[in-house]
Design a protein around this ligand. Structure first.
Ligand code: SF4
Length: 377
């Protein structure tokens, strides 16, 4: 496929958080002043390195994530956002993640003035005991106040992130969170099932897993949000009409993206690579996890991420995009998935059923195994 036809996303990782949550696997640091200044210097340098490419290829979406970008001061936010200005003529969506404890109206005004179009707030839960359990510092009052500020600053495209943990609460408690989120009426809601990334302490992986209960939570959640006007378009993501997250769609469709900042990943011109996972190594320009991408690899990833979306994947379109990929080898797998009720195949469109969507990670493992066993990978 012609590279010109691919859209390009820009991700900037802001690795600072006031509070380091036990379940979180993102790279983050406490915001020590000297480290923040080193970070801003590194971003400027990395931006210079990529600027011409980003301008030539017309960045279409920007995402400032973390960490908590909102922990930066107004002045530092201004500095960071100023780098995005040259790209804005072609940018259709610019999201910034904020946390209720570190955002304020002044910072939101800076973001609005800089051209940010979408705010994503990490609410997680409205219930204080759940928040404490998660190790989050915010209170319900802070969440509501931050949400008011977001609207006051003029943002009309807002996401809230919620977390559920099937073994911690029953569905009624989780539904209270869904109800409160719906009451705020954001344009987008992301719901995540809590998974603990550490191997020690009360957050030991596997300690709490109850797969049937987890599946029931997912199904209830999908139904509940659908009945309240949110279209379920990806396993964990729901949007009101016209408000799907374009930046994430770009990634799930395996287009191209450039990541700036420590730990940020890029996929560009048949290569995938990641910046080193801490500020000091990143400043010394160390890259990790570099992979050359073949058509087979990208095709398998398109299948895996495409199946996470309700729209699924068009096999004909994929074959046209990757003419060298052997897509015929997957036919027995689609037949097996269809027989087991995991997918529907209509003409050349492959979509997951609810049952398939619940097991989409297992399907992904099967696709990868199949791709590796049945061809050059
Ligand atoms: S605030 Fe967000 S990014 Fe920071 S540690 Fe907690 S979950 Fe991770």
């Amino acid at each position: 496929m012609s590279l010109q036809a691919l859209s390009l996303g820009l991700y900037v990782h802001v690795p600072f958080c006031a509070n380091l949550c036990a379940y979180c696997n993102f790279y983050k640091e406490r915001p020590i002043k000297s480290l923040v200044q080193s970070y801003l210097f590194g971003i400027s340098r990395e931006w210079e390195q990529w600027k011409n490419i980003l301008l030539q290829q017309n960045v279409s979406t920007i995402f400032l994530g973390g960490g908590s970008p909102s922990i930066l001061s107004c002045r530092d936010l201004e500095t960071l956002c100023a780098h995005m200005k040259p790209f804005l003529p072609h940018v259709t969506e610019w999201t910034v993640e904020v946390s209720p404890t570190t955002i304020n109206l002044e910072k939101l005004k800076v973001l609005k003035k800089s051209g940010v179009t979408r705010i994503s707030m990490g609410v997680q839960s409205f219930q204080e005991d759940v928040l404490r359990y998660l190790g989050r510092r915010q209170t319900r009052v802070q969440i509501y106040r931050a949400y008011d500020w977001i609207r006051t600053a003029g943002f009309n495209n807002v996401n809230v992130d919620l977390i559920f943990h099937p073994n911690f609460a029953d569905f009624k408690l989780w539904e209270m969170d869904l109800r409160e989120a719906d009451h705020l009426s954001p344009e987008h809601i992301s719901t995540y099932c809590l998974s603990f990334e550490r191997q020690e302490g009360p957050f030991r992986r596997g300690h709490y897993v109850d797969e049937d209960r987890e599946a029931a939570f997912y199904l209830h959640t999908w139904d509940w949000l659908k009945n309240h006007g949110y279209r379920h378009y990806e396993v964990s993501n729901f949007a009101r009409s016209g408000h799907v997250c374009l930046h994430n769609l770009n990634t799930w469709r395996m287009q191209e993206w450039i990541g700036l900042g420590p730990g940020a990943a890029s996929q560009w011109h048949w290569r995938r690579f990641q910046n080193a996972n801490n500020v000091h190594d990143w400043l010394s320009k160390r890259k990790i996890n570099c992979v050359d991408l073949s058509e087979e690899i990208l095709c398998a990833d398109c299948l895996i991420f495409g199946l996470r979306m309700r729209e699924g994947v068009c096999l004909d379109t994929l074959q046209k995009r990757f003419p060298l990929a052997d897509m015929a080898k997957y036919l027995p797998l689609w037949q097996q998935f269809a027989l087991e009720g995991f997918v529907n195949v209509h003409k050349s469109q492959l979509t997951c059923t609810d049952k398939g969507l619940l097991l989409v990670d297992a399907l992904a493992r099967e696709i990868l195994g199949y791709a590796a066993d049945n061809g050059k990978f």
